[in-house]
Design a protein. Structure first.
Length: 390
């Protein structure tokens, strides 16, 4: 009996010890499992953080604006790739880096600040640097500086201002003349003088209307909105432009010769625009030549290009001005006699037409000998002998 009890007690003891050991083991296994799971979660979290950081960095590197982040003492923690170009910069561009450091230090003191930095280049550039404190719900996260290249917006703004100033100036001159002429005319008793004054009124009115026509034409061509492209033989364009230029050429006694190719050169173009471009070249050739100095218009095929060359034996253009004459309102000599009433929009029109047609306009000129302007546009696929078409 006692033996049996001892055996039972031993068995129970053993079972109890086993159970405790098993529980210990389970605890251990569970703890291990939970640590593994925590580690896994932690790793996944770290992966996610690294992924979103990489995404953020790549996005910041993709923007064309400099971003520099600093801690609350102004120490730089991060720069995107645009901003990094200034840390490696020498000379002028180092000015941007200096401005960033100064503005970040100010922003760290809680103030949003900004500054324009001129880089004299070349090319000349203007950068806009701004910095502001980063704070959220009363917590301070340091500061951020942004760097923008404002060269182009500044250039466009200056162009717009120049354009408005130029138009106002160009319109004010004939308007002033008209008002003065009208005033004189009102008090004039001599019919002969009155008739001369009336003719001058008419001339000023024509000048005014020419300026407005040029402005409208340029704006239409620049926006290229009502452009209508169709295959057209360049010969037709030349003859349209010639008939427009003829009256002033005859009046000035400047003969115009034409050299046309034996083939119909067909271009895919807006006839009105192209005619306007060739007319402007012809009009200038006549305007800037003395009487009896012939103007020659040559049309030819050069590779895949149809070229229209307008060559004069006129005053010529000094080398230093040859690049700029295609700008709006640019005139080599602003005196009325030499520009013959032009306002400097003709060649801007020609250049726009060339660009709209995937072509170009070039100039060669020697002062005292004359100028040759060449308008080149791509030839379309059609090329037929003259007269072969119905
Ligand atoms: P404008 O109305 O003054 O003729 P353009 O834009 O047609 O304006 O020409 C700009 C300037 O270029 C002219 O003012 C003139 O000084 C110069 N220019 C243009 N074509 C010729 C040319 N064939 N010969 C000499 N100068 C020219």
């Amino acid at each position: 009996m006692i033996v049996a009890l001892v055996v039972v007690a031993a068995v129970v003891g053993l079972v109890l010890v086993g159970a405790v050991a098993w529980r210990e083991h389970r605890h251990f296994v569970d703890a291990e499992e939970s640590r593994r799971r925590d580690d896994e979660l932690h790793r996944r979290h770290e992966d996610e953080v690294a992924e979103s950081e990489a995404r953020l960095r790549l996005s910041l590197d993709a923007i064309t604006q400099g971003v520099v982040m600093a801690d609350d003492t102004g120490n730089v923690l991060y720069r995107n790739s645009y901003a990094r170009q200034f840390t490696e910069a020498r000379h002028g561009e180092a000015l941007v880096e200096a401005a960033v450091a100064e503005l970040l230090a100010e922003a760290a003191r809680g103030r949003a600040v900004e500054r324009e930095v001129e880089l004299f280049g070349p090319p000349r550039r203007c950068m806009f640097v701004s910095a502001m404190p980063l704070a959220l719900e009363g917590r301070d996260y340091g500061s951020v500086a942004l760097i923008d290249d404002i060269t182009e917006p500044q250039r466009l703004d200056a162009m717009r201002r120049d354009f408005v100033a130029n138009i106002s100036h160009e319109l004010r001159t004939p308007m002033g003349a008209l008002s003065l002429l009208a005033e004189t005319l009102a008090g004039e008793r001599d019919p002969e003088v009155a008739s001369r004054l009336a003719m001058r009124v008419q001339a000023e009115a024509i000048r005014l209307s020419d300026i407005l026509d040029d402005l409208l034409e340029l704006s239409r061509i620049e926006s290229d909105e009502s452009s209508e492209r169709a295959p057209i033989a360049i010969q037709h364009v030349i003859s349209d432009a010639l008939s427009r230029a003829k009256p002033s050429a005859e009046e000035k006694e400047v003969p115009i010769e034409t050299v046309l190719p034996a083939l119909d050169l067909v271009v895919h173009a807006d006839r009105r625009q192209l005619t306007s471009a060739v007319f402007n070249l012809l009009d200038n050739a006549v305007k800037y030549s003395e009487a009896a100095r012939p103007v020659k218009v040559t049309t030819r095929l050069e590779g895949d290009w149809v070229e229209v060359e307008v060559r004069d034996q006129g005053y010529g253009i000094p080398l230093g001005h040859q690049e700029r004459i295609f700008e709006r309102f640019y005139q080599v000599d602003r005196s009325r006699e030499r520009t013959d009433g032009g306002v400097g929009l003709g060649l801007a029109i020609v250049r726009h037409v060339a660009t709209n047609h995937g072509g170009e306009v070039r100039v060669e000129s020697t002062v005292g000998e004359g100028s040759a302007f060449t308008l080149a546009v791509p030839m379309s696929e059609i090329l037929q002998p003259v007269g072969a078409r119905s």
